[in-house]
Design a protein around this ligand. Sequence first.
Ligand SMILES: *Cc1c(COP(=O)(O)O)cnc(C)c1O
Length: 236
Amino acid sequence: MTVDPNPGPDDLAGRLARVRAAVEEAADAAGRRAAELTLIAVTKFHGAPLLRDLAALGVADFGESRHQEAREKAAELADLDSTWHFIGQLQSKKARQVAEYASVIHSVDRASLADLLASDERQSTGESIGCFVQVNLTPDPERGGVSPEGAEALAEHLAPLPGLRLLGVMAVAPNEGDPRAAFARLRSISEAVRTSFPRASAISAGMSNDFAAAIAEGATHLRIGSAITGNRPDRR
Ligand SMILES: *Cc1c(COP(=O)(O)O)cnc(C)c1O
């Protein structure tokens, strides 16, 4: 007989509760407070009703990776007052449209994209979009992100732009190898960025399968999808 390592009902509320408990446990183990972590529910490919259910369960932050889909959900759920995080690779021609609904963009990976996201008008109304410099921790240039060597230069480019606020660095762990080692590397990149920008102390890292390792290495923004939502509908 096998023992279920995750007892409790396999519904949305049950999965969310288990993720929250596991986040708390990982924070305790790292000597950190779970309250200082932002849990972003990644809801790509899921329809608006699921997001509404999550909001009713207290989820305030949603992560989306495809512009069209994100824009539709943000419009449909405008009454919820949720915070929208754009986490996917962002084409230059979509940049301005994403800036209309996203409060935070985790995937700024080139200076030209930062330039397109900047806005004097937003600055003049006292608003800003939070930005993470995405770092590519793999040797594959097709994966999103600036090279680790380029992260500081991109941070320096972005930080003074109007209407943008540099929050910190973001990465996805490579498919191969120990995620903890990858997140340790991200943490050292974060420390380098912080020598120039002490307030850019956020680290966006950790997905369903590796969030405990990310928390151990200082992650502040967790992007967790399938562990909360269940399997994504097949719409790739
Ligand atoms: C889909 C996605 C996630 C969430 O992945 P899960 O494995 O479902 O938790 C996190 N970050 C990015 C950039 C993603 O595209």
